[in-house]
Design a protein. Sequence first.
Length: 345
Amino acid sequence: MINPKIKLCSYLYHMILVTGATGLVGSHLLIKLLEENEVVKALYRNKEKIAAVKNVFQYKNKIDLFDKINWTEGDINDIPSLNLAFENVTKVYDCAALISFDPKDEDHLRKINIEGTANVVNCCIDFKVTKLCHVSSIAALGDPKINEPLITETTEWNPEEFHSDYAISKYGAEMEVWRGFQEGLNVVIVNPGVIFGYGFPNQGSSVIFNALKKGMPFFTKGITGIVAVEDVVNCMYLLMHGNYTGERYTLIAENKSLDQIVFTIADAMKVKRPTIYANKAITSISWKLDWFIAKITGRKRKFTKANTISAHSTTEYSNVKIKETLKYEFKDMKEYLTQLSQEFS
């Protein structure tokens, strides 16, 4: 149930604002914060999306906490609504972002991910927020040089390399956060890998489960960093409550090949594994054909050049910094994916 106005009693406490509260990370973060008896204000743009958040609370057997959320309608690109949302807020978790690899969304990505983040940072400064946690992505990390085996938080971004519009927008968002840090705002940035978790079956990594259920014929052997959403929100909470500022942290549990991921999920769902290896030639033809069809029909892109590159990338990421900083142990992803797959069977 949406509270018509923020409970007056909540003003007696330190309030935490969560942007992007109706997304995968945001919804699971709400549970974590409420479990810790925090007073939480959650930003939403669409009432219908709150039902998906409630579904996550039910799945986690935390429905008793759901009514403690102080919902506030707003948009990170609408300054008046954002100003209202920031009233009485002392800490902010910025989870709002657009994820898209369709080149047609370039302007929208910049508007939400860069300008929206700038607005959040500005409000943090104006309202004297004590600390901001910004959710970035491994896509915003640097480009390894030859003979560099792992990407770390200090790997340099090379503007001469190809980057998706999404990656550029998240890198630009981080620049806004670092600007806030230079202006005196305490910040931490987390760079999660591909996030798996319950809820939002038609978005993000969950599309893999749906594709396998329908019968996915192709697989590739690229490598990426993956992580459970519960580990992401746990690390965010610990970083916000520790004496950490001006740092970014890569959040991955493991580096896994894409064929290992889809085979693990397919086996757990008891569906047929993909059997055709899509090599670079096949994926190159596929994204060009998809571009042609999208050009003629006007539909959104389903497979892009950025998807092709990531499908064959063998880049690996280091989680040493976050593990040493928090002494944190991540979930075993094979076990986690197996358990999660049962929800899609």
